[in-house]
Design a protein around this ligand. Sequence first.
Ligand SMILES: [Zn+2]
Length: 255
Amino acid sequence: MSTGDYAIIDIHAHFCSEKELEIRRNHSICTCFSSGTPGEWESIKQFRKREELMFSFGIHPWYADRYEAGDCGDYLRECDMVGEIGMDSVWCRVPLAIQQKRFEKQLQIAADLGKPVILHTKGQESRIAEILRDFPGRACVHWYSGGRKEFEKFLDMDCFFTLGPDIAEVCRNRRGEKFGIYRLMMKEIPAERMFVETDGIPAVAWIRGTEDVKPEELPVVLKKNMEFAAAVKKMKAQELAKQMQRNLLMMLNRS
Ligand SMILES: [Zn+2]
């Protein structure tokens, strides 16, 4: 399936293979690849000249005990956005004090460099919303699935949000633990603060409960979610895709 005649931004993905790059390019997908470790950055930086790609770098909370922000200065300077950074008390056992220290330091660096941040908030939504109050730049909350109260805080702070790759499926099936918050997000996040993402092939495999996801599935997921979100917002998919391009410029402070 093609994404048709409009270009889509995949605001957050993790790189898997060169085959994926071809598919993304052929489907007019502009991708921001996220590196969570220096090793990931080293393996992807060879593609930095490709004009359809952007790059984010941030010590992922899962690896917060392995790397210091101070050792990653070059990556943080070279990337387009800082992230994904944040905290996680659901899928990771790194002590929260260490995670918070790494997170705050990287927020400070992003503020100094004037770069937006991509946030990973799993289980720590409340604390992250508090910490973010002092951040002067633009922030994008990635694949939010926390509580309503915390969601409203991020919304009040004028954050951008990505819709998780499972959003259309969960909302159409109208069940599962994420349905309540996803429904609220679809209603309340304005098109001017919205992005779609895949989070990469492993995430798509995870939501489908399979190991076998081909890169050809990536445009299908993006298009499905774009069309779903556009229908909710009473827009054409092309219009919403264009709005997301403007959102990106705004997030990067280039509008
Ligand atoms: Zn991710």
